[in-house]
Design a protein around this ligand. Structure first.
Ligand code: UDP
Ligand code: MG
Length: 313
């Protein structure tokens, strides 16, 4: 019998939450009365996460474990889970219970109505720092302004996708993935369910500032050329202003005996412009680095161990 639902749960050092997460997901999925699998993707955890999930596999034949050889990142973990999923509908959900598992039932209802993608849109966020709330809100709006793909705001990776959407996503080989953008890019019939994002059940966020920045840059660079265009416009504008200023300096020198202010002002102007140039080179570098990642053709992830997968998948 083919499996109806696959739930993909990325876990990275989540020993404090993984069992509770399993219990909540099991309770919800048992209510559907249909077959399902819970795929925990262990993204190179260094704590007891793997042992705990392995134990769950032994107890419950619906649980599967996919272990990476090291930490490849959240977006890659989700991708691996989707690649391994065999269900007709696939749900991606965080392990920390910030995305309430009960919302999955609403997603399933929408899917049965005929939608191919049902994404969870956050009405509010609880228990997160003011910094995270402000930067997240700003980020989703900046993304909207930068890209031509209609990526919904305040929407994470908590969503249900139909098998055909999952197959298209698995066929996209791009590295540095921004999965929520890719899902929008794929198209099909999409709709939202609204929910309140809860506090983390236990433990700390696994997204420190560095990972958040990388994630934001991946989103922007893989879905927009606008930063490059903006660099070009700024370049032209700066050149024009510099040229006008040069004319003023020349005229002052030729037609008046006013001396132009000394080296301090010259130095500061030059430093500002050098700063602008370095920034633009950095922007170009972000794109080139990602092009380089694509050309290397390395696999997206390396699996060290699989457990609980019955069918050939
Ligand atoms: N995660 C992961 N790999 C990472 C970082 C996070 O698999 O490198 C998982 C993590 O275990 C969790 C989900 O991704 O299930 C979201 O992470 P987290 O809750 O720490 O992010 P936040 O909600 O704070 O943005
Ligand atoms: Mg979280």
């Amino acid at each position: 019998m083919s499996i109806r639902y696959s739930i993909v749960v990325p876990v990275y050092n989540e020993e404090l939450v993984v069992e509770e997460s399993y219990r909540r997901l099991k309770t919800v999925m048992d209510q559907t009365g249909e077959s399902y699998e819970l795929i925990f993707v262990n993204d190179g955890s260094r704590d007891k996460t793997e042992e705990l999930v392995s134990g769950l596999c032994d107890e419950d034949s619906n649980v599967r474990l996919l272990s990476f050889s090291r930490n490849f990142g959240h977006q890659t973990a989700i991708t691996a889970g989707m690649d391994a999923a065999s269900g007709q509908a696939i749900v991606v959900i965080d392990a920390d219970l910030q995305d309430p598992p009960e919302v999955i039932l609403e997603m399933i209802d929408k899917w049965k109505e005929g939608y191919d993608v049902v994404y969870g849109q956050r009405i509010s966020r609880e228990g997160e720092t003011a910094f995270k709330k402000v930067t997240a809100k700003a980020f989703y709006r900046i993304m909207k302004g930068l890209t031509s793909v209609d990526i919904p705001v305040d929407t994470g990776d908590f969503r249900l996708i139909d098998r055909k959407v999952c197959d298209v996503l698995s066929s996209l080989t791009e590295k540095n993935r921004y999965v929520r953008g890719l899902v929008s890019w794929v198209g099909f019939r999409q709709t939202a369910v609204l929910f309140h994002r809860k506090e983390r059940f236990a433990g700390e966020t696994k997204y420190p500032l560095k990972k958040m920045l990388k994630f934001a840059l991946d989103g922007i660079t893989t879905f927009s050329y606008k930063p490059l265009k903006i660099s070009t416009y700024v370049g032209f504008l700066v050149s024009l202003l510099s040229f006008l200023y040069l004319l003023v300096v020349l005229c002052l020198r030729i037609f008046t005996d006013q001396t132009v202010a000394g080296w301090a002002s010259a130095l500061s102007v030059s430093l500002i412009f050098n700063g602008v140039i370095l920034m633009m080179l950095g922007i170009i570098g972000e794109y080139i680095g990602r092009i380089y990642d694509e050309t290397k053709n390395r696999p997206l992830y390396v699996i060290r161990e699989k457990k609980g997968f019955t069918e050939e998948k």
